[in-house]
Ligand binder design. Structure first.
Ligand SMILES: Cc1cc2nc3c(=O)[nH]c(=O)nc-3n(C[C@H](O)[C@H](O)[C@H](O)COP(=O)(O)OP(=O)(O)OC[C@H]3O[C@@H](n4cnc5c(N)ncnc54)[C@H](O)[C@@H]3O)c2cc1C
Length: 344
């Protein structure tokens, strides 16, 4: 019989992050597939009662928590201590945790302390004849593999998007406090403040509903024989400000700076989508001034609803790569869309 432990930390607002709720849903799906499996929830952070109450009806038999000011801020020593104490108290065979930066850093240490094995970037979990199996992507998400381990406890860090976030009625959870010993060295690192990029300066937004892709056409000569990079930049920035969409780019566009051509100042290699770029997971995508060649479009394979704006009616998007292709001038289309967005 598997004893499943869902392990997560609370956020500064006392709740659980979306990735934690997704991991919890994946956990409850797994428990439903396993006959006789027992589920325990373990939380750590400044407080845990509110978070435990919010997920009280998830089917867990026990709720454990390590709480206190020492566990509020991310810190390897205290996070690993809390995770270790919770795993030891629950004595699970399988531990499932969300891939937050905090747990990605601390869980491998906890796995070592409990003589467990840990796997990160798990994209799915299920049950087969072999028992619990995990799924991972390899080779830039072009190959997927399932694997299992006999060793217990087996700790798995679940990537975001592994399931829909868990939803359920709140109730009152009976939380058992766990109080690990902390020596002075665990408190040696202190958090003095957090410096984060201005949310508007950040153009890569994994949680956005829409991926907006800009291609090299934005900086190419237009029908009037001129290039209009400043206008392109203003239109794209205006669209991103209004929609909070995530910005992607084609390889040709992101490489233009190094070739001395006109550039969009907010576009970097990090924005590149495609075979040698990223493979985003947004539900919708809008491509503009990008040809939709295979090495680019392969990066769209997780984008379910795809639209493109291109002057060329026989561009790559027209070859079955987009649901809708608008054969139009993206400068005119985005200017009009921005006007309409301004009015709403
Ligand atoms: C090994 C390898 C790996 C690669 N990896 C990647 C990758 O990861 N990502 C990637 O993107 N590419 C990749 N490429 C490059 C890819 O093959 C294409 O060269 C690149 O995607 C082209 O970028 P683009 O469509 O923006 O530019 P272009 O091919 O120059 O297309 C510009 C488009 O803009 C349109 N356009 C121009 N003006 C307007 C306007 N006013 N309104 C509307 N449309 C307009 C044009 O009709 C044209 O279709 C790779 C290539 C190789 C060989």
């Amino acid at each position: 019989m598997e004893k499943i432990l869902f392990l997560a930390h609370t956020e500064p607002d006392g709740g659980l992050a979306k990735t934690a709720l997704e991991a919890l849903q994946a956990t409850t799906n797994l428990v439903a597939e396993l006959p006789d499996a027992a589920l325990t929830v373990a939380l750590f952070g400044a407080e845990a009662q509110a978070a435990a109450d919010a997920i009280a009806t998830c089917g867990a038999q026990r709720f454990l928590a390590v709480v206190g000011p020492d566990f509020e801020a991310p810190r390897y020593a205290t996070d690993a201590t809390a995770a270790t104490a919770l795993i030891q108290a629950a004595d699970p065979t399988v531990v499932l945790a969300p891939s937050t930066s905090r747990l990605c850093r601390a869980l491998p240490g906890a796995a070592h302390r409990v003589d467990g094995r840990v796997d990160a970037h798990v994209a799915g979990i299920s049950v087969t004849d072999e028992g619990v199996v995990a799924r991972r992507w390899y080779y830039r998400q072009r190959m997927t593999a399932t694997f299992t381990r006999d060793h217990r406890p087996w700790l798995l860090l679940l990537d975001s998007g592994v399931a829909e976030p868990w939803h359920g009625d709140p109730a009152s959870a009976a939380v058992e406090p766990i109080t690990p010993e902390l020596d002075a060295s665990a408190r040696r690192t202190t958090v003095e403040g957090i410096v984060a990029a201005d949310v508007d300066a950040q153009t890569i937004r994994p949680d956005a509903d829409l991926l907006f892709v800009a291609g090299a056409g934005w900086t190419k000569r237009q029908p009037d024989g001129e290039t209009h990079p400043a206008q392109a930049e203003a239109l794209i920035q205006g669209f991103l400000d209004r929609t909070q969409a995530s910005l992607g780019g084609s390889k040709s566009l992101v490489e233009q700076g190094s070739k001395g051509e006109a550039v969009l100042t907010f576009m970097s290699h990090l924005n590149q989508v495609g075979q040698t770029g990223s493979t985003p997971h947004h539900p919708k995508g809008l491509s503009t001034c990008c040809h939709g060649e295979e090495p680019h479009a392969v990066g769209w394979r997780f984008i379910t609803e795809r639209r493109a704006v291109n002057l060329d009616a026989s561009c790559g998007w027209a070859q079955g790569k987009a649901d809708v292709l608008y054969v139009a001038d993206a400068f005119e289309v985005i200017a009009r869309v921005n006007e309409l967005l301004q009015e709403t």
